[in-house]
Design a protein around this ligand. Structure first.
Ligand code: ARG
Length: 297
């Protein structure tokens, strides 16, 4: 039943158990960083970074992220980069891909905040169309930045939806309708955590890695009610090291920016296989491991 939830009082009992089971995707879509650059300031991480990207370094780091995904058991597919789309490497943002109420594959297109990023969306619409997805436009004239803000609960028909910087709260009624699932809406407090994927990483059905300081108390209450295990990321690692912008694969592997020692230690302690990679060139643009792929069902 599609439904948008904003507080513990509205949260149905027994989530996520009452949400439909669905596979955890192990296909990932990536975009080579051929034209990657920082040419403006779309988020605070980009301040002071214009013109500082090392393209050769970015290409090596991107390859390392791809290899780590493959070591973790994912199958990586590619979309062709387009000249003039300097942020296209962040392919979490242009769409939200998933399954609808009839288990058919559907791709909801984003309405991105920055005109320079709106240009990226048609290429993804073509890619998902060719891959057999039903491709739909966001039916409302509101901001929506795909899986940067709308994150599937692993293994369940349930979506966590961040808003406040790029995505507007009204987008989530349409997200709930499109996928036929409930959406739990979370307001983002800080512009350094401008997408939900910068402060919230769903690892498996029971476990989430989160930066509590960048979410409202009522958001944290819902997170604690639905996930049995909440791993709190140290604030310095969440910010400087983008530790929450990690990618979980198969509920067992986590690929994460290197140097986040306490976060990595906590995840290893819980039994996850952690793969550390260097995304320093992409951090200049405010993105890390999670942003560099789209889960493909
Ligand atoms: N420079 C990009 C932007 O500001 C980075 C996007 C990172 N993506 C993400 N899902 N957090 O739009």
């Amino acid at each position: 039943m599609p439904l948008v939830i904003d507080s513990l009082e509205q949260l149905p009992a027994d989530l996520p158990a009452t949400c439909r089971p669905q596979p955890m995707p192990n296909r990932l879509l990536m975009c080579p960083p051929t034209y990657f650059d920082v040419i403006d300031v779309k988020n605070p991480h980009m301040e002071g970074q214009i013109g500082r990207v090392d393209r050769a370094g970015a290409a090596r780091q991107w390859q390392d992220v791809r290899s780590a995904f493959e070591r973790a058991g994912a199958r990586v597919e590619l979309i062709d980069p387009e000249p003039g789309c300097e942020d296209m490497v962040f392919c979490a943002n242009q769409t939200l891909a998933g399954l609808d109420a009839t288990s058919s594959r559907v791709c909801l297109l984003s309405r991105m905040k920055h005109p320079s990023r709106q240009r990226e969306v048609p290429a993804f619409a073509r890619w998902f169309g060719a891959a057999g997805y039903r491709v739909v436009e966001m039916p409302r004239p509101v901001g929506f930045e795909g899986s940067g803000d709308a994150i599937w609960h692993p293994g369940r028909g349930l979506i966590w939806g961040g808003y406040g910087h790029r995505t507007q709260p009204e987008a989530y009624e349409a997200v709930a309708e499109t996928f036929g699932v409930p959406v739990i809406r979370l307001k983002l407090l800080s512009d350094r955590f401008y997408h939900l994927d910068t402060c919230f990483c769903a690892i498996d059905e029971d476990t989430v890695l989160v930066n509590p300081r960048s979410l409202e108390p009522r958001g944290m209450e819902m997170i604690r009610a639905v996930f049995r295990r909440v791993v709190e990321c140290p604030p310095d690692e969440a910010d400087g090291g983008m530790a929450c912008n990690a990618t979980a694969i198969g509920g067992r592997h986590v690929v994460i920016q290197r140097g986040n020692e306490r976060t990595v230690g906590a995840l290893r302690e819980l039994g996850y296989e952690v793969h550390e990679v260097d995304t320093a060139e992409f951090l200049r643009s405010g993105g890390s491991v999670f942003c560099m792929k789209m889960y493909v069902f």
